[in-house]
Design a protein around this ligand. Structure first.
Ligand code: ZN
Length: 336
């Protein structure tokens, strides 16, 4: 409507200009007419952009819906796979015992009864080189991977035969597949930190599913890892999310604040002053300063007798497994 009105006004002004005798008036009308024309062009441009934006949003929603359906199928496929694995459990365990230090997948579901979610290790990698009677902690890294700093951390983990958990952001995954694969091959666990690092509580169900499942799908495709733990950005979850997620939710018990201080010494100090058996330590592998802190931290923790394990391993040794839709801030071995 506005576009038509302005066009009409420009035409009328030009007719009046042609009939007008006064030069000053003619000049004034010309300038005003130019001004109106520019405004008209701008309005047209904004309208076109808005429409394009709407189209993109529509396409995005359509993809999200499609993915949810897709993910349901994958979920079903995966559960079939896991059931198949259960039947070969004993064979696998025997092989593992012979080789020692190799992977031992424990498929036992611990039924918790009344109001408590069942615990399981299905899809988790459990290594046999951990002494369950000695203290252990889980180093966790969010917001990566970053080709340079994450690999620096992996070098340190490799040097000390330690493992950690990386909660990766989905949109960074396509460019860092080699780094993710290397982490997994070193025994590390790969978790999801959503696709876009969004606050899940601000999204609707379809958007939430897309954020969680797309990232999970990519991690499984690269590593073959079946259970993908979720760490929600900002630790933000609500009851609806807890009910609908198909995985345990991992928070932390020690926040190193590495992303605020950007000081390796401070990061190490924060951990060493607060660490205890069962701690889950929060760091961010997207910062060089954190990668610098990691080697010293691993050395100090190892010297103090801590075993560095993945979150799933900590859950296995402290709780006998983890339950889906349950938040874990630490794993001291108490009841959930
Ligand atoms: Zn984050």
């Amino acid at each position: 409507m506005i576009i038509q009105d302005i066009t009409r006004l420009i035409v009328l002004l030009n007719i009046y200009r042609m009939e007008c005798d006064c030069m000053n008036k003619k000049m004034l009308i010309s300038w005003f007419s130019i001004y109106l024309s520019i405004t008209l062009v701008m309005i047209c441009g904004i309208t076109v952009l808005d429409r394009a934006d709407d189209d993109r949003q529509f396409a995005k929603n359509a993809v999200a819906e499609e993915d949810t359906v897709d993910n349901k199928k994958i979920e079903e496929d995966t559960s079939n796979l896991l059931i198949e694995e259960q039947s070969t459990e004993y064979v696998e365990k025997e092989t593992v015992a012979a080789e020692s230090e190799t992977i031992n997948v424990d498929d036992v579901v611990v039924h918790m009864g009344e109001g408590k979610a069942d615990r399981t290790n299905i899809g988790a990698r459990i290594f046999t080189d951990v002494d369950p009677d000695k203290p252990m902690v889980a180093l966790t890294f969010d917001d990566g991977p970053d080709t340079e700093s994450t690999n620096f951390i992996l070098d340190a983990l490799d040097k000390y035969d330690a493992r950690a958990t990386f909660f990766v952001v989905g949109y960074k995954v396509p460019d860092t597949e080699t780094t993710i694969k290397r982490a997994y091959d070193l025994g590390c666990e790969i978790g999801s930190h959503t696709y876009d690092h969004v606050n899940l509580t601000s999204l609707n169900k379809i958007q939430r599913n897309a954020q969680i499942n797309n990232t999970k799908k990519m991690i499984t495709a690269i590593t073959g890892q079946k259970r993908v733990l979720l760490r929600p950005p900002y630790g933000a979850v609500n009851d609806a999310i807890l009910k609908e997620v198909n995985t345990p939710i991992i928070l932390w018990s020690i926040d190193t604040e590495d992303w605020i201080t950007r000081d390796p010494e401070n990061t190490v100090k924060n951990v060493m002053e607060n660490v205890k058996d069962g701690s889950i330590i929060l760091m961010h592998d997207s910062y060089t300063e954190t990668s610098e802190a990691t080697e010293e931290l691993i050395k100090r923790l190892t010297d103090e007798g801590y075993q560095l394990v993945t979150v799933s391993e900590l859950g296995y040794h402290k709780f006998g497994g983890l339950a889906k839709g349950v938040k874990y801030g630490a794993m001291y071995g108490d009841d959930e």
